[in-house]
Design a protein around this ligand. Structure first.
Ligand code: SF4
Length: 221
């Protein structure tokens, strides 16, 4: 599965290589403590680090353990299920001022090649600091959502959560305070009608890598 997640990351790079982006090294406004990932991505991250770094990483993360951070109630596919069934969703608290990512050093990512999809997919057409928010093309939002749905699907039954919680869990902390939620299979792809034709080849390639049959797509209400 770790090879497959790498294939998915490479595929995403191919599809976004020509996207107009203002992102560059040392621009780290999106590198907050609120980043999320699946357990599979956490295992990919650990697998890419030398064994000798694992303990130091767990120690470093334990400093973050009591900090306020975004803890998602819904995984992407749980949200898709709610969307498909036209059910209400709870508001989730996510604040910028909770601070920066534990992997940010000197305004650069210390695990750049191993970073999770949530970081890879934050591509803005404008400098976020200048405008206070990222500016993303609507199709890029759809592309990101579809990739997230497949990445979660690959780790069905595993867990999803804040980076600090997921990595602490993977390094042996079975503390119930390490709040994570469960990964789900794709219930329906969240693709608006205007993007269904353009996204179709991407979906086919993801389905081939992940080896999952596709059932149907749905519109975002
Ligand atoms: S893992 Fe790296 S790229 Fe992602 S938020 Fe942290 S510092 Fe930024």
């Amino acid at each position: 599965m770790l090879k497959k997640i790498e294939q998915v990351y490479r595929l995403y790079e191919e599809y976004t290589a020509s996207i107009d982006s203002a992102c560059e090294k040392y621009c780290a406004d999106c590198c907050t403590i609120n980043v999320t990932l699946t357990g599979l991505e956490g295992r990919y991250l650990f697998a890419g680090l030398p064994q000798s770094d694992h303990e130091a990483l767990a120690d470093r993360l334990s400093v973050w353990r009591d900090k306020a951070r975004f803890r998602p109630v819904y995984s992407t596919n749980a949200f898709a299920m709610k969307c498909r069934d036209r059910e209400d969703v709870e508001d989730e608290e996510n604040r910028l001022e909770w601070g920066e990512c534990p992997f940010l050093h000197g305004n650069a990512c210390s695990i750049y090649d191993l970073r999770p999809f949530g970081c890879r997919s934050m591509i803005s057409r404008q400098k976020c600091a200048e405008h206070g928010y990222a500016d993303m093309d609507q199709y890029l939002l759809t592309l990101n959502t579809v990739f997230m749905q497949f990445i979660e699907h690959m780790d069905t039954g595993g867990f999803f959560g804040n980076l600090t919680d997921v990595l602490l869990r993977l390094s042996g902390g079975n503390d119930p305070q390490l709040a994570t939620t469960l990964n789900n299979p794709i219930p329906a792809l969240m693709v608006p009608p205007a993007h269904q034709k353009e996204i179709a080849p991407v979906v086919d390639e993801l389905a081939r890598i992940v080896a999952t049959p596709l059932e149907r797509a749905c519109d975002i209400p």
